[in-house]
Design a binder for this molecule. Structure first.
Ligand code: F6R
Length: 309
């Protein structure tokens, strides 16, 4: 069951047990939206992401299509990004990823699928990005945007420094992002240095945003994005300014949120033996004192007072 949200969290956040549960929950939300809009005779415009995190959502959508007759005939999609330069037929392209992992397994009309092109000449990239923004507008805007988060805090490929008003454009990939992609490209040197991506401003225009994160390697950036200040060094923090964003994470990715890591800072807690150990270790770090040097005063100041409030 999802945990409760807490006051330090600036983006509503739902923690689920694992990747599969997350996939089902988010796919259900997408299906519900499609059905509601379908009943009103309206198409659904989805913004989609690549990467390992949304795979469970796509798997569940495919299952719903096969077993429950969920139709994508009235769905229009826009993907967030593509490497540059990149041939759409390459095994590394996001085009190929999306067709292999989702589109070819659904009844979506190929004309309704939109992806940024990584194979246009450099002098045509600006025009390609404008064309993409126009197509999103012509489709009536994005109803639901699905996002992952990179370890740099990027959404799409909006790396540190991307502004809240940034639009679809060519961007230089951060070194951390290129390192994370190295395994897929059989070495860091083969990872493209650039990508085309929807901008933060483009993403924030979606009517609803669902951002996903799984795994302990995302725990730090998740807590930064959810509980930290809005800052252009971490593009995901801009989602705090969006009225209908929900973060769905698994327990590993949620490990550094205050409600999980240091819940005694939020109010009274039940002191289980494990939690007591965690609190003592935390207090030792906070005060920079060895555990045996901690005093009653340290406990009262930092743990008990917070917890009694
Ligand atoms: C992908 C994208 C990126 C990824 C992010 C997380 O289209 O826009 O922002 O969502 O890099 O990637 P994974 O899910 O592979 O950890």
């Amino acid at each position: 069951m999802p945990d409760q949200a807490t006051s330090l969290e600036r983006i509503p956040t739902v923690i689920v047990g694992d990747h599969d549960e997350l996939g089902c929950l988010v796919a259900c939300r997408i299906a519900e939206l499609m059905r509601t809009r379908g009943r009103a005779g309206r198409r659904t415009v989805l913004g989609l992401a690549t990467g390992s995190t949304p795979i469970g959502v796509y798997r569940e959508l495919i299952r719903m299509h096969r077993e429950e007759g969920l139709s994508f005939a009235q769905v229009v999609t826009f993907n967030l990004d593509e490497y540059y330069p990149m041939d759409p037929g390459s095994v590394h392209s996001y085009h190929r990823f999306m067709w292999e992992n989702l589109f070819s397994l659904l009844d979506i009309a190929p004309d309704n699928v939109h992806m940024l092109r990584g194979d246009v000449r450099r002098e045509q990239v600006g025009e390609e990005c404008r064309r993409y923004e126009d197509a999103i507008r012509a489709a009536g805007g994005i109803d639901l945007q699905l996002l992952g988060i990179g370890r740099t805090g990027h959404i799409g490929f909006n790396e540190p420094g991307s502004g809240i008003e940034s639009r679809t454009r060519l961007i230089t990939l951060d070194l951390v992002t290129r390192k994370d992609a190295a395994a897929d490209f059989f070495g860091e040197d083969s990872v493209p240095r650039e990508a085309v991506t929807m901008g933060v401003g483009t993403i924030l225009e979606a009517r609803e945003i669902v951002i996903l994160a799984t795994g302990e390697h995302k725990a730090h950036i998740v807590s930064r994005a959810v509980e930290g200040d809005v800052d252009h060094e971490v593009a995901a923090t801009f989602l705090q300014r969006h009225a209908a964003t929900t973060f769905y994470i698994d327990t590993a990715a949620g490990a550094r949120l205050t409600r999980v890591a240091t819940p005694w800072l939020l109010g009274p807690v039940e002191w289980t033996p494990q939690r007591t150990v965690n609190a003592v270790t935390w207090l030792s770090h906070e005060t920079e004192k060895a555990i045996l040097k901690l005093t009653q005063h340290d406990y009262a100041e930092r743990v008990e007072d917070e917890a009694v409030e």
